[in-house]
Design a protein around this ligand. Structure first.
Ligand SMILES: O=c1ccn([C@@H]2O[C@H](COP(=O)(O)OP(=O)(O)O[C@H]3O[C@H](CO)[C@@H](O)[C@H](O)[C@H]3O)[C@@H](O)[C@H]2O)c(=O)[nH]1
Ligand SMILES: [Mn+2]
Length: 735
């Protein structure tokens, strides 16, 4: 009886669909009017110069294009429910390999990384079917030792969680969220808490006494180190059944490009194949604790359901963060991505692969082969290891470690698979595994899977499945978004651009989603620079770019503005219950990113294309700085950021102030004759005021605040020079 019940359910949000589609339709008509208005300029005689008109028209066109493409993620938002209690018995569940990547113990606190490892070991899944692999790109002996101590702690922690039904597998979260119980449980809990404190202390001591002289050089140049942590458990630990835990640090040499996280994941794909070869893989970033131990069972609701088509490549959970403040000024939560876009993509063919927290089918990454497959072809694709090639064949069962000899042989082979030359002249990274073409390996790999006809599923249950650390200061945020932009623009300007390689096996709407996401950074940075400078330069010089207030055409602009602003108000505040300030924060950070990270990222991608700059992936800083956190929690911008990120912001603000001042002077002195000058310039004046009001935080950081995190005077002065330059040169060219 139970077997006939579905394991999962999908429902489309019809109300949202109706609202979205009707709004798209009306907004689109307004845009057509705008096109008509702008184009008719070319058939009139007027004193307005053509260049600024063309530029503002181009900005409007680009922004409208990105709006149009973004309607695809609003076309059919869907939501999913799963019923893990209906899953078959534990013995019928498939195996899962968990991959946890870490790369830099200075930026990624080891205590947190170990919490992630422990939370993965404590997942609610049959332990003999769960295998946890830690990839350490720093090759740090300290991390290996910490993994061993974490393992020891897990041997007590996991049985403790099982015994008392604790559903927070991450000790840090569990002990910091107070629960009051008494009796035997309380005493045991206190004992456990002490053990956890000891663990933290041991980890800290190991990290403090690292014996490598120059860790960063070592990280780039070291042999492979692979160790099975629970190979021979101590006597007293043998009772406890825990998942396999393996530490893998691939070989790195300066002469070989290591391809960042994708490279690390591909090594894990190979090494794990020879040890556990599970059909499903969960990828976690080192800061992403498993908050809900049932995520594996939830994902399996798709993979274990005979009625679900086998074309699902991955089941994705959103990235959720534990360090989001009430006033999330940097939109660190990335609300619209995880709460709007991904549900929309899910409804039209599948959400993109967003970094971590996904259960992916091994077969989707590697393919599935029969025993008759030509060995030469397989070796050309997958490299020379016969042991690995054997694992690709359907009915292969992996080697198990039974004695010292089998363990030695297995590790020998694993070392070969983790060597940096193993991938030479193979299809790794280009056709199989995680793909290397872009630094956003996740996005590109997911996109390629969808193009080949694979589907994906987005699960966003109420309880966060994972909890990570998001960037909560302006510098880290800008660095991170610059990297993402660079990776995405790399795709946009390559032969893989969706416009060039076409939808292949994707639906048209799904294709539009990918096109929109791929072009978004470019479209935003070009159009927003246009809106931030062109009307202002014209305002400064008394050139109108918008119709008079009394002209009926003025309504076109007001309608488009009000429609865009109120739709986002609806999405953020009404539909997803956000606060008003979330709405302000998202608009503001969007404008800020456009002139900083989107711009620099796009530039980086172009330089990379021209061979003038190498792609880079420096891990995001995950160390908590108390002072920074305080500012973030108070909703105050931390402007202790690189000048390259501050200068564009300040420059835009100064140009806007200058334009307004210039405008008022012109009104009073030059054009004070009341020929409707105010009316002609009202649109531009409004735009400048809008930019200044929305970005008041920058003005405050520049003029009012005097704390350490305000904008340094040197940056303001430098930006002042840029603004004068823009005003002079811009006026000369445009007007
Ligand atoms: O050479 C590297 C660089 C990074 N990492 C690991 O990759 C993970 C993600 O790196 P992080 O610095 O946290 O990047 P984010 O900016 O948070 O990354 C987002 O974007 C990346 C693509 O740019 C995705 O890979 C991530 O999953 C996604 O969270 C971390 O666990 C790192 O340790 C490596 O293993 N090797
Ligand atoms: Mn991260």
């Amino acid at each position: 009886m139970e077997k006939s019940l579905p394991l999962h359910q999908l429902h489309a949000n019809s109300f949202a669909i109706i609202i979205n589609r009707s709004h798209s339709f009306l907004h689109f008509i307004a845009i057509l009017f705008l096109l008509h208005y702008r184009l008719s300029f070319f058939f009139q005689t007027t004193t307005i110069p053509t260049l600024p008109w063309l530029l503002i028209f181009a900005s409007e066109l680009l922004l409208s294009l990105s709006w149009l493409l973004s309607q695809s993620y609003r076309w059919r938002p869907v939501y999913r429910t799963v019923f893990p209690e209906r899953l078959p018995g534990d013995d019928e569940l498939p195996g899962i390999d968990v991959f946890i990547c870490t790369a830099d113990p200075d930026k990624e606190p080891t205590v947190e990384v170990m919490n992630t490892v422990i939370s993965a070991l404590a997942m609610d899944y049959p332990p003999e079917k769960l295998h946890v692999y830690v990839s350490d790109d720093a090759g740090s002996d300290a991390t290996l030792r910490c993994t061993k101590v974490a393992w020891e702690f897990a041997t007590c922690w996991v049985p403790f969680c099982r015994k008392y039904g604790i559903d927070t597998g991450c000790p840090e979260v569990y002990f910091s969220s107070l629960e009051d119980d008494d009796g035997e449980f309380k005493a045991e809990r206190e004992k456990m808490e002490q053990k956890y404190e000891v663990l933290k202390q041991r980890i800290k001591t190991i990290i403090q006494h690292r014996d490598v002289v120059s860790p960063s050089t070592y990280a780039r140049d070291h042999p492979a180190i692979i160790e099975v942590i629970n190979e021979y458990p101590k006597e007293e630990m043998q009772q406890v059944k825990l998942p396999l835990l393996v530490y893998v640090s691939r070989e790195k040499r300066p002469s070989h490009h290591h391809n960042f996280k994708a490279g690390a994941l591909n090594v894990l794909l190979r090494v794990s194949a020879t040890m556990s070869n599970s059909p499903y893989i969960l990828v976690l970033d080192c800061d992403m604790y498993c908050n809900d131990p049932t995520s594996a069972r939830q994902a399996m609701c798709y993979y274990c359901d005979p009625r679900t088509p086998p074309s699902i490549a991955f089941v994705l959970f959103p990235q959720t963060f534990r360090n989001i403040g009430e006033d999330d000024i940097y939109d660190s939560e990335m609300r619209s991505i995880f709460k709007i876009y991904w549900h929309g993509l899910d409804g039209v063919g599948g959400t993109i692969l967003s970094g971590c927290n996904f259960y992916i089918k091994r077969e989707a990454l590697l393919g599935n082969f029969s025993k008759q497959e030509d060995l030469v072809t397989l070796r050309r694709w997958f490299g020379p290891s016969n042991d690995f090639i054997k694992t690709l064949v359907e009915d292969h069962t992996p080697n198990s470690i039974t004695d010292e000899e089998s363990s030695r042989m297995l590790l020998e082979e694993a070392n070969v698979l983790a060597s940096c030359s193993y991938e030479n002249q193979t299809a790794w990274g280009s056709e199989v595994g995680f793909l290397y073409f872009s630094v956003v390996e996740d996005y590109f790999t997911g996109y390629t899977l969808h193009r080949k006809g694979w589907k994906s599923v987005y699960l966003n249950p109420k309880r966060p499945q994972v909890l990570g650390t998001s960037t909560t200061n302006f510098n880290d945020l800008s660095v991170q978004w610059t990297r993402w932009t660079a990776g995405i623009v790399q795709i946009a300007i390559s032969r893989f651009c969706p416009l060039i390689c076409g939808p292949l096996k994707m639906s048209l709407v799904h294709f539009m989603c990918y096109l929109g996401l791929t072009l978004e950074p470019l479209l935003f940075c070009f159009s927003l620079w246009g809106f931030a400078l062109v009307p202002q330069l014209c305002l400064f010089n008394g050139i109108p770019l918008y119709p008079k207030v009394s002209d009926p055409n003025f309504n076109i602009f007001s309608i488009i503005f009000v429609s865009a602003v109120s739709k986002s108000f609806y999405e953020i505040v009404v539909a997803s219950g956000g606060e008003l300030r979330a709405w302000r924060n998202e608009w503001r950070i969007w404008m800020m990113k456009a002139v900083t990270s989107y711009t620099y990222g796009s530039l980086e991608a172009v330089l990379n294309k021209l061979g003038m700059k190498q792609a880079s992936f420096s891990p995001t800083n995950k160390v908590t700085d108390v002072e920074q956190v305080k500012l973030y929690e108070k909703g105050v911008f931390d402007f202790r950021a690189a000048t390259m990120f501050l200068a564009p912001l300040v420059t835009v603000i100064l140009v806007n102030i200058a334009a307004l001042v210039g405008h008022f002077v012109r009104c009073l002195v030059v054009d004070g004759d009341g020929d409707g000058y105010w009316e002609k310039m009202a649109g531009q004046m409004f735009l400048s005021i809008y930019i200044l009001v929305s970005n008041y935080a920058v003005i405050e950081g520049m003029i009012i605040r005097r704390d350490k995190a305000s904008i340094p005077l040197s940056v303001t002065l430098l930006s002042g020079v840029f603004s004068v330059f823009i005003l002079l040169i811009g006026s000369a060219i445009l007007c």
